[in-house]
Each structure stands twice: as C-alpha cells, then as structure tokens.
Design a protein around this ligand. Structure first.
Ligand code: UDP
Length: 488
C-alpha cells in the first residue's frame, strides 16, 4: 500500500457467481490500465485466500480483507461464501453483509487505505448489486461509485421489478404481468418465481433486504452491467428510467478465462482439468452437451434420475457436473448408485460417451472447445455470457434468482435457448428433456435456428470487445476517466 497511485476498489458479494465477474473486471482494468491505478479487491479472509491463489503470479491486484465472524451471524464456522451454505442460511449471509459491523469494517479498510495513500481517498469504489449501502457510504466520503451487476439487464429488471411491486400478490391468476417494467410486455407464470419472491409479503427478510438495498442505488454514479447494449437494451432502459441520476452502461461480457479459475471453485473431484480437456479432444466437433447448474445450485434426486435417463437416451456425448441432490450436504460423498439410473456411471465410462465431473469443471474451457455443441444450464448470467460468447446454444433449467427471467429472455427474445426444466421441485420427464436435447444438437429446423441466433449474439459480443471501438471496452474506460476527472 501507499505507493501514491490512485486506487480502484472492487467489492463483490461473497458468492462465486459474483466474485468471478468482478475478478474478470479487475483483470481487465489491470490489463488496460491506461490510468495506472492500483487495484484493490475487497472480501472476507477465506474468499481472499482462495482468490490469491487463483491470480496469475505476475498480477498486481492487491487485497483488502474485511474481518468476518460467521458464528456471530448465525452461520456455521468458516462460512463466508453463499456456495457453501444451504439455501435456508443464505439470508443470514445477506444480513451479515448489510450489518453495521460489516459496514464499519469496510469503512475502516477504506480509511486505512486513504491514510496509507497519503490522505488520498480511492479514485472509485465499484461494488456489488447486493452491497448498495457502499454507494451511500461513497457519497458521504465524496468517492466516485459504481454498482456492477454480474447479472444481465433484462433478468435483473424483472427481478427488481418483482421485489418492489410484488405484482403476483395483487392477482389470483397463475399468470401476471410486471407493470413496473413497462419497457417489456412480460407475462410471467407463478412457476417462474424464485421461492423467496413467491413467498414474499413485503415484510419478510428478503423483501426488507432488497427494498433497502435497491433504494441505496440512487447514491451511485454509474450502474455497470455484465452485458452488451445491442443484445440487452430493454433491460438496460428499465434501469435508465428508474435511476435517471446514474449513467447506465453495459461492460460485458466479462468472461474470466484464467486457467487456474477452477481453484476458486470447490474442486474435489477426481477428474482433473487435463483429463476433461483430453476427453474433449477425443470427440468430434460440435458433439458434446455440457451440463452444469452453476456454483451454488443443485437439483432433486428424482430430477437427477430423469436427467440421467435423458442423457443416455439422447445418445449424445456429454459432460455433467454433478453434485449431491437437494437436501444432501454438498460435501458428502457422491452416491451415483442412489441418485442416478442403475449402472449409469459404469456404462458411460465404458462407452466413453459421458463424463461425470464432481462439483466443479473448467467451464469456460469446455464451452470454448470445438467439441462443445450445447449447454444445459441453470442460466446464471455468467454461464449465459460464457456460452453465447462462444455461440453455443442453451437448454435452460432455471433454479433460483433471476435465472427464470434469463431463460424467458433467451428463449422468447433471443431465440438461442429452449426451456427443459423449471425450479428445483418441478416434475421433469426424461422423454421431454431427451427430445429437446435432440432438437438443439441435431439438424432440426429449431436446432439450426437456435445455433444461428447464438452465433448472432456471438458476433455482437465480439464487436463489443473489439479493441479500439468496442462498446464494452469503451464503457470501462469512460467510467475510469469520469472518476479521474472528478478528482483532478
Ligand atoms: N463455474 C465453473 N465450473 C463449474 C461451475 C461453475 O467454472 O463447475 C463458473 C462458471 O463458469 C461461471 C460461474 O462459475 O463463471 C457461475 O456463475 P453463474 O452466474 O453462471 O451461476 P451461479 O453460480 O451464480 O448460480
């Protein structure tokens, strides 16, 4: 600390799906650092430890640790990341992240950074959508601030519109519209609501958290999104209307391509990255279906059984990142004989057709391999961006948060996705999943159209990242320049 450079502070929420795009942003700023700033990444000690080991050895990114006692917040010992928590405890992590104790620790970290920087406060703070209070704090300190959303514009607009308005509580029908999101004429079905929104009554913990959090966004100077303008305009216009005082700009997709990124994940599986890539090398081009439900979610045992049957029935090559089903501790032993069709693992090993990877796989490398054909995904936004930036069409199975709206957007607006499942408890049928896998991966009209649409998005993305005049590259640069001008 204290080398007199301007400092850019990045602060993601404690969950892999949040940390990953922030890390990608930090590395992007580092690589294109025309303003020669020092980059500080803020998080809790356990997350920082993991992150340190995942950075390239020559990286100049520095870390600021916020002390965190999980036990004080009613969490199990050493729980600092949403990925290691069962769903019913996740709210406590959210509450901890908005607690007075946490806020003052962050404040102290900024204060110390300022002292070490000869009294010069940070150039800017870029923080997570769930850490809205940092905007208020930055305003008080006179520091330039941006909220950076790892989620896309459309999905997040639906999500926040629902939290603010709870329109489903005002009607008795299964289908309802989102009057607050007037830029889109959306009709949602109750089954497309994440559990916490479906159960919200305006006074529950989630409603209170989101209301307070989103209200604080008005104090932010910029809202940055991990998306691309041409592709996600409707969602971005929602935020432009809601936050007229802020500059809303897409800066995506920020895809983290670190070879060592799997170290950030919960790698315990016996199938190594090298083995996965070698397996892919042995397969024909466009022949492999990649199946993964992100860093936090898993499906039920009966859904796993149906998915297993569908994968075998489809006759396609596949890589499936498996985790114990809902209700079973994520760290417990994987019992293929209980949760998958009888003999599934052995048959697929013997035929070489399917690869089961436990917990964590090098996703970006898999999706960018020439053998990848389609991605069956929960449609978390990082996964969406990673897939479409390779022109890989998707089979959507949303499980939580704004994923339901991402699937809707990708299927109805973009045409690069087909829905195969909805939620963690819904009944899914292997024949239905199998049929859709074939649609997408074979030479059907639907498959061809989806591939064409995914390819179109890839072109939009490539353009946004073109050095020189790419819109996303330019937005990051413009934000840093605006922050600089403020203090000159
Ligand atoms: N990821 C990965 N390997 C895995 C599972 C996830 O590399 O086995 C990465 C994935 O590439 C993405 C992130 O973890 O960058 C997951 O983010 P996403 O928004 O898709 O979903 P979330 O985990 O937040 O639900």
């Amino acid at each position: 600390m204290g080398d007199g450079k301007e400092s850019v502070v990045l602060f993601p929420f404690m969950g892999q799906g949040h940390i990953i795009p922030f890390l990608a942003l930090a590395l992007h700023i580092e690589q294109t650092n025309s303003t020669d700033c020092a980059i500080y990444f803020v998080n809790t000690p356990l997350n920082v430890r993991k992150l340190k080991s995942s950075l390239p050895p020559n990286s100049s990114i520095r870390f600021l640790e916020i002390p965190f006692s999980s036990i004080t917040h009613g969490l199990p010992p050493a729980s600092e990341n949403a990925d290691t928590l069962p769903y019913h405890l996740v709210m406590r992590l959210f509450q901890a992240s908005a607690s007075l104790e946490f806020k003052s620790s962050f404040m102290e970290a900024i204060h110390n950074l300022t002292i070490h920087n000869h009294g010069r406060p940070p150039l800017c703070i870029i923080s997570d959508i769930f850490l809205g209070w940092t905007a208020t704090l930055a305003k008080e300190l006179g520091v330039y601030h941006a909220i950076f959303s790892g989620a896309g514009g459309f999905g997040l607009a639906c999500y926040y519109s629902l939290w603010f308005d709870l329109p489903h509580r005002k009607v008795s029908t299964d289908e309802f519209s989102l009057p607050d999101f007037e830029e889109a004429s959306i009709v949602l079905h109750r089954t497309q609501l994440p559990a916490n929104i479906a159960e919200a009554d305006g006074e529950d913990d989630w409603s209170i958290f989101h209301r307070e959090n989103l209200s604080a966004w008005v104090d932010s100077d910029w809202l940055l999104f991990n998306t691309v303008e041409e592709f996600d305009q409707i969602g971005l216009s929602y935020f432009r209307r809601k936050f007229p005082g802020a500059i809303v700009r897409p800066i995506g997709p920020l895809v983290l391509e670190l070879k060592s990124r799997d170290r950030i994940g919960n790698t315990t599986g016996e199938v190594t990255r090298e083995a996965i890539l070698k397996w892919l090398d042995s397969k024909p081009s466009n022949s492999v279906l990649y199946v993964s439900f992100g860093s936090m979610n898993t499906i039920s045992a009966s859904q796993m059984m149906q998915l297993g049957k569908a994968l075998e029935g489809s006759g396609k090559n596949f890589i499936w990142v498996v985790r114990p089903p809902i209700g079973v501790d994520i760290n417990s032993e994987f019992k293929a004989e209980e949760w998958l069709p009888e003999g599934f693992e052995e048959r697929n090993k013997a035929s070489g057709r399917g690869l089961l990877v436990q917990k964590w796989a090098p996703q970006v490398e898999i999706l960018s391999h020439r053998a990848a054909s389609a991605f069956l995904s929960h449609c978390g936004w990082n996964s969406v961006m990673e897939s479409l930036s390779q022109g890989v069409p998707m089979l959507g199975w949303a499980l939580a948060g704004e994923q339901f709206f991402n699937v809707k957007f990708l299927e109805e607006e973009v045409g690069a996705c087909v829905e195969v499942g909805r939620g963690k408890q819904s009944e899914v049928k292997s024949e239905d999943i199998e049929r859709k896998i074939k649609w997408v991966m074979e030479e059907t009209e639907k498959g061809k159209e989806m591939r064409r649409n995914a390819e179109k998005v890839k072109e939009i993305i490539d353009k946004a990242w073109k050095h020189g005049d790419g819109s996303s590259v330019k937005s990051v640069h413009d934000f840093l320049t605006a922050a600089k001008q403020l203090i000159v």
